[in-house]
Design a protein around this ligand. Sequence first.
Ligand SMILES: [Cu+2]
Length: 396
Amino acid sequence: MTSLLVIIVLVLLAVALWQLTKIFDLTQVGVSSDDSQVASDNDNNVQGYIMFGFLAFIYIFTIYGLLKWGNLALHTPASEHGLLVDNLMNITWVLIFTVQVITQGLLYWFSFKNRGHKDRKALFFADSNKLEAIWSIIPSVVLACLILYGLYAWNNIMFVDKDEDVIEIELYAQQFKWTARYAGADNTLGKANVRLIEGVNTLGVDMSDKNSQDDIVVSELHIPKGKKVHFKMRSQDVLHSAYFPHFRAQMNCVPGMVTEFAFVPTYTTAEYRELPFMVEKVAHINKLRAEKSVELVQKGGTALDPYTFDYLLLCNKICGASHYNMQMKVVVDTPEDYKKWLSEKTTLAQDIKAAAAAEKPAEGTAPATDSAAKVIDTVKAVVDTVKAAVAKVAMK
Ligand SMILES: [Cu+2]
């Protein structure tokens, strides 16, 4: 508190001093001809060169950033449409870079070339139709091409033919986890409603719907390589966003509606781990982890586990305190492994049955809680006897 008061006093003193100098300046009007507020040719030259310096800073920092952090960007896409998305992204980058380099260069060059000079006067003109046409038409054409290509890519990615053989999977988002539901043998997801959430039926699947009977609910997503997977997203609480960075896929999960996205994985997890860039990346991460582990062990902590690559499904909407940790492991299997994995899973109907059976005590065996209940009954009986005895004594 004292330091705050000292700061306030110092600020007020500075303001008072500044006001005093202003008053002093006013008393000097007409006495001296101080023109220090007007830029001299020397000032203008200095400003011009500083501008060039800033331009150089922008260019050098951009190049430095690209060299230093360029390798952190996502590499080879792991889905069929990923190449299209990356292509669109690269074209956009090239355009932005070219336009940025030219416009920034011109901006600073003209600022320098036409820097202030006491003999030079600014030219004023209200408008130029030719100039207006040039700077309106060129960006419009470039943007229209970019948007058209984007629309073409988007439609290509989002189109799922009704007759196409796809795997239907539901992704269910909630604060802060993902759950997946497979459509089962009929490849049709049963209906679901948030009001039907109960016990093990955490997704509110409508078990009266015949399509729900073979649905399988899991917490780790397995998908087969080379097969189109059609995801249907739902959210239980707030806006989430299903983001598969390696597959270049992202779609918002909105409470109260079903959104969708489909893609074809092109590398199994094992294959993606073997890609040279990934081998290099993982080796680099593990080198950093090993260095950190030495430090941790010296401080009495435990060493870090080595990192292995896995595809991830992340949430890309800030949906609450633990949003950063809302993720699900995604495994791309060979079609055979995928089939085997799925066949080992129990259906939700079976899970619900098992949960109901576990609730009912099996005949002939006393549940573990019985002994505790017996002890409580005995204690109650003793207390009652004592109470009755005390009452009798009191009556006498
Ligand atoms: Cu989220």
